[in-house]
Design a protein around this ligand. Structure first.
Ligand SMILES: [Fe+2]
Length: 188
């Protein structure tokens, strides 16, 4: 019988293989994007959970067939889901609630910033501007108020800014193996 592969190794393997793809209409690969995001978080003193969320925030893109992700291409169709939901649900049984929440929240964090910060939308990459619409567009006052009081909102907005900044072609980062101990510490 084949030994069970721990979730940490499955995710690391998916990031290393499927992660070599270009990242949703961006100019860097999924893997380079994840590594840059974690690196930015670490450089700015993010705690371990927040850094892990940065590394894994787009993991939903690499663990399922791209045609099943609605905000990747083509828009919402029956049977498709947002990559942020897929990723959050996959890791939720293994990680603290805050980590899964941050992964789920990274699409809404973009919607929040577009709705509250002049100039934020204009600075997004064209691909991020496109998926904003698919992810629900701007937030109304009621939705903004609901998010404003959340204790982890500030973390979600930090993650989002690192996410936006993690799309630089050719930027040097540590390799994925450097993050394996962190991933294994939480995901077995
Ligand atoms: Fe991202």
């Amino acid at each position: 019988m084949r030994p069970t592969v721990p979730m940490s190794d499955r995710l690391l393997e998916a990031m290393a293989s499927a992660g070599a793809r270009l990242y949703g209409g961006e100019r860097v690969s999924e893997l380079a994007h994840a590594l840059q995001c974690a690196e930015l978080a670490d450089a700015e003193g993010a705690d371990e959970q927040l850094t892990l969320a940065c590394l894994l925030h787009d993991v939903g893109r690499v663990v399922v067939e791209p045609s099943l992700i609605f905000d990747r291409r083509g828009g919402a169709r029956p049977g498709t889901r947002g990559h942020h939901e897929i990723g959050a649900e996959l890791i939720a049984p293994y990680v603290p609630e805050r980590v899964a929440w941050l992964v789920r929240m990274h699409a809404d964090a973009k919607r929040y910033l577009c709705s509250t910060e002049p100039g934020y939308h204009a600075a997004l990459s064209p691909a991020s501007q496109h998926t904003l619409t698919l992810q629900g567009g701007l937030m109304d006052d009621e939705e903004l108020a609901r998010h404003r009081g959340h204790p982890w909102l500030a973390d979600a907005l930090r993650l989002r800014r690192w996410d936006d900044g993690a799309k630089v072609v050719g930027r040097e980062t540590r390799p994925l193996e450097a993050w394996a101990p962190l991933v294994r510490a939480y995901l077995g």
